[in-house]
Each structure stands twice: as C-alpha cells, then as structure tokens.
Design a protein around this ligand. Structure first.
Ligand code: FES
Length: 123
C-alpha cells in the first residue's frame, strides 16, 4: 500500500452526540491523529488494556495487530480499541460505553470468582 495514502475514518461519538470524519495517514494511530487535529476521544490507559476507548466497527477495517486488550472473540464481534488502532482502510467506528465492553469481555469471569472467608480483602 502507498505510504502517502490516507484513509477516511468516521467516528460516531455517541457520548458527544456528534459525527467526526478525518483522513488518517496509512499506518497512523487513529486516536492520536484525531487528538492532534483537535478532537479528543475517550481513552484512559492508551495501552490496549482498559477498554475505555472501545469502538464498534460499523463498516470497514482498522489494524488492531498491536493490541492484546480485547479478546479474539470480541474482535470477531466487531469491537476494536482506538488507542492501538492504526488506519489501514476506510472505516466507520462508533464509540461505546466503557462498561458495556468491559462487561462483555470481563463480566462473566469476574462475576464467577468466589469470595471465600478469610480472604485478606474481606471487610
Ligand atoms: S485507552 Fe485503555 S484500552 Fe484504549
């Protein structure tokens, strides 16, 4: 792919009730490009671990190869993480409530942990 190519990335920013479109250079960070151009999107760890920046991929494609924070199952359901997403084609993305994705990915595991008597974290 031509390294001078840019990709049309549209973000449906649900929390702000607005849609933003920018052209992101091929292989560049989508989150960082939007920030550098005046649009701050949801994030926290910036390291692919917390799901604050989770998006639903409405159409198109993003490069998630640097990420470990989202399970393959979540990726196959069309979710991605903006903080580690690189532009590799035209895409339309939709921000998610952090709790929504966190619950989908971790809820079933954390909810199944039994709290036994004598646990040092018991109050
Ligand atoms: S900001 Fe934490 S996973 Fe992206």
């Amino acid at each position: 792919m031509n390294s001078n190519q840019s990709h049309k990335i549209t973000i449906n920013f649900k929390q702000e009730n607005k849609q933003i479109t920018m052209y992101v250079p091929d292989g560049s960070s989508i989150l960082q490009h939007f920030e550098e151009n005046g649009e701050e999107l949801p994030y926290s760890c910036r390291n692919g671990c917390c799901t604050t920046c989770a998006v639903k991929i409405v159409s198109g494609t993003i490069d998630q190869s640097q990420g470990i924070g989202l399970s393959k199952q979540m990726q196959s359901k069309g979710y991605g993480l903006l903080c580690i997403a690189l532009a590799n084609g035209t895409a339309e993305l939709e921000t998610q409530e952090e709790d929504e994705v966190y619950e989908l990915q971790f809820g079933k595991y954390l909810g199944s942990i039994k709290n036994e008597a004598g646990n040092p974290f018991d109050i």
